[in-house]
Design a protein around this ligand. Structure first.
Ligand SMILES: NC(=O)c1ccc[n+]([C@@H]2O[C@H](COP(=O)([O-])OP(=O)(O)OC[C@H]3O[C@@H](n4cnc5c(N)ncnc54)[C@H](OP(=O)(O)O)[C@@H]3O)[C@@H](O)[C@H]2O)c1
Length: 259
């Protein structure tokens, strides 16, 4: 909630959220109870979304929605076929599965944690594959399978996802959990007309942010969000961070800065 404002963009008492713009990266203090930030960074909390749910979604949920909106923008429809989601047990992946399933897509979840298959099916995945199928060096073109892809992993996984995307399909790339490299050839793009759509959440313009958050408020199932989120107190954040980096945290972790 805004406590004090010198900007005409926000008023005292407004309920707002902030993510991206380097907050927590270049601008420290974003786990503080109170922060002084630029008014133009703030998005009004959409109707029906409380602060807890907004941070349960967080940058991961908002990025997942930006990926889904890229598929929509490029005309991908549920009848086109299977959509692959990589990094499925992570934050972006899990929310992407829930959002795509809700829109009627058939979702295939790729994970390195087979024990999470029941969880991924609860989120809406129709089937679950082992991420090793995608993570090793592959061929320039492989059997056409995916109508679209939401990738938060990068590297060979993204290259193989492009190489196995069907003619005219779309790959939304937002992450680098496996690596920042992209050992792909031009073959999927010039022989199958595949579109590689980049997704950046950090510097996205305000209108794009507002639309994504409004879609999230309308479409994200709150029970599923609760199932994929856990809460920790501020004092636990340092201990949980390495687990997150090691890919051992499932879904989303909300830091309760008042606990
Ligand atoms: N473009 C943007 O603006 C933007 C915004 C948000 C996040 N991101 C990026 O998107 C990625 C995902 O973010 P997140 O919040 O979902 O992170 P996360 O919760 O840590 O999830 C990442 C998932 O990637 C998979 N993974 C981890 N290491 C891997 C490896 N070596 N090879 C293959 N898969 C691996 C794991 O899924 P499984 O256990 O299911 O295999 C892990 O749960 C990160 O790279 C993040 O930096 C980018």
């Amino acid at each position: 909630m805004v406590e004090r404002s010198t900007s005409p963009l926000v008023r005292e008492g407004d309920r707002v959220l902030l993510n991206g713009w380097g907050a927590g990266e270049r601008h420290w203090g974003c786990l503080a109870q109170c922060a002084s930030v630029k008014a133009e960074w703030l998005v009004a909390l959409p109707d029906g979304l409380d602060s807890r749910a907004a941070m349960g979604l967080g940058t991961a949920g908002y990025t997942a929605m930006l990926c889904v909106l890229q598929l929509e923008r490029h005309g991908v429809r549920p009848s086109d076929g299977e959509v692959l989601v990589t990094g499925a047990a992570g934050g972006v992946g899990g929310i992407a599965i829930a959002l795509l399933a809700r829109r009627g897509f058939t979702v295939v979840a790729s994970t390195g944690r087979p024990s999470e298959a029941p969880y991924l099916r609860r989120l809406g995945a129709s089937s679950v594959i082992d991420r090793q199928e995608l993570s090793a060096p592959g061929k320039p073109l492989m059997r056409e399978r995916w109508a679209a892809v939401v990738d938060s992993v990068g590297s060979h996984t993204l290259a193989n996802a492009c190489a196995s995307t069907r003619y005219g399909g779309v790959v939304a790339a937002c992450g680098l959990a496996q690596g920042m490299d992209l050992p792909v050839t031009v073959a999927p793009f010039i022989l199958r007309g595949v579109t590689l759509a980049g997704v950046d959440s950090v510097m996205a313009p305000l209108a794009v942010r507002k639309h994504a958050w409004e879609c999230l408020a309308a479409e994200m199932d709150r029970d599923l969000l609760a199932q994929m989120s856990s809460e920790i107190g501020l004092a636990e954040a340092i201990a949980v961070a390495p687990l997150l980096l090691a890919g051992q945290v499932r879904g989303r972790t909300v830091v309760n800065v008042n606990a």
